[in-house]
Design a protein around this ligand. Sequence first.
Ligand code: NDP
Length: 244
Amino acid sequence: MSDSQNRSRVAVITGASSGIGAATARSLHAAGYRVALLARRVDRIEALAAELGDGAVAIEADVTDRDALVAAAARVEQELGTADVLVNNAGIMLLGPFSSGQREDYRAMIEVNLLGAITTTEVFLDQIKDGGGDIVNISSVAGRVSGPGSGVYSASKWGVNGWSESLRQELLPAVRVTLIEPGIVATELPTHITHEATRTGVQQAYDVATVTAEDVAEVITFTLGRPRHLAINEIMLRPADQAL
Ligand code: NDP
């Protein structure tokens, strides 16, 4: 789709305050979309909306809070127009060996990564369906490859994959559903890991990460820009030297 065709399109991006979400908002806005930036850190999304200027709004919303999402959906419709694209990007990766000590982390990952995406989609679905649209679910290589220390994060992303495929079949052809499964991408994602030894180890891998949030954003913008008869259903992307 050309930039001028995109101008009437409205994209909602969750987790737009940093990393892949912020880069996707910048990339889609540059491609002509109007963008709604959703996240909890309102200072960050307001700064990004100010940077982008016309056609960008910052809306504070926690994806675990359905009332906040309902209010966000109303604001999007009022301030930008009916949403055409939803990018379910908000996520947390609280890795560590399986133990009761991290039970709150487990609950949080399921609530944000899996239920958060499900609830956001359920709330925005009428807007997305209206006239045909796109849903982009940010999963992970961890949604296909599991290993020690990533169990519940993997479970949350595995859940996203299963739900996403069902949604794809239910909503076609008017709504295209795309699953994006990145490997290691240089963002602040590992800084929230509560298990100290795990955080230190994972951070070392992220400190030398080569794939950027902008790389992923470019792939998302390209995917959304394909003509409506073509649906790119799933993309796994890794740094060229990542084995698993
Ligand atoms: P970041 O930590 O930079 O971004 C995560 C975003 O999620 C932030 O904007 C954060 O915003 C938001 N978020 C977290 N919790 C909530 C919540 N309860 N409600 C609303 N927003 C929330 O990491 P990434 O950009 O790397 O992560 C984006 C997505 O990409 C995630 O789903 C992650 O699992 C996935 N991913 C990342 C990979 C990587 O290596 N970086 C690899 C594979 C997948 P705020 O705190 O302001 O609410």
